[in-house]
Write a protein that binds this ligand. Sequence first.
Ligand code: DGL
Length: 278
Amino acid sequence: MSDTRPIGVFDSGVGGLTVLHQLHTRLPAERLIYLADLAHFPYGPRYQHEVRDYALAIIEHLVGLDTKLVVVACNTATAAALNLARERFDVPVVGVIAPGAQAAVEATHNRRVAVISTEGTRASQEYVHAIKEANPGVGVLGVAVPELVDIIEAGEASGPRAEAILAGVLDEITGWGADTLVLGCTHYPLLRPTIERVLDGRPMTVVDSAETTAGRVERILAANRLAASGDVAPAPQLLVTAEPRRFSDTAELLFGDALPQPTVVALWASADLSGAAR
Ligand code: DGL
């Protein structure tokens, strides 16, 4: 039996496209719908209860589009809303923190794992909990690097600003003795070439939760007999909650010209759209 209903994926902006890309590559028969909440970007500095309310409203919208599974492709929203979403919705809801934490525990040799993330994710301590749930003997250094999200969203992941910030952060992390670095924000895989350049040969295993989450989704689809089989699905559908600026540039970077233009959805009837100009 092939279940051809789509998988819903969301983030505050372009970051979750890294997860979408991994899903698309790994599960080519699956139809994918991606929603970027540009009206409320960035999530990182917001209160947890705000992010939780946005995430729950988005999941409700995606469930209304007959999705068979929803991926919270945002660490900040996973930390704020995953547990409640699982209580509230019948569809399986998959977050990005547990898969990355598990992969980090498997990768570390010296049991020292660093996690870079937004302030919201760091403050939630969800990575500390998830890593120590997998192995309580692993030490965790959490570093919030909120500026990087804006830089990436502006299309400057390889530029000098990103490089200067990463130089300081990676010095701190290597000085602490970590042998494994978790990219605890779905925007950060776009920084991988810059991270490699700044590390300049210093040994570090970089764990990208986009890859590990796609593997988890594959296993959950199989275990619940939800997988689509057969033909390659059409290109993912893109939805945004406010007019996009550089969104298409990043989409093109990851997917080439394979993606359609995003459609603006009016999800927030009377919402504060102060983030829309970003
Ligand atoms: N990509 C999101 C994450 O993984 C956060 C970006 C933001 O601050 O909105 O946390």
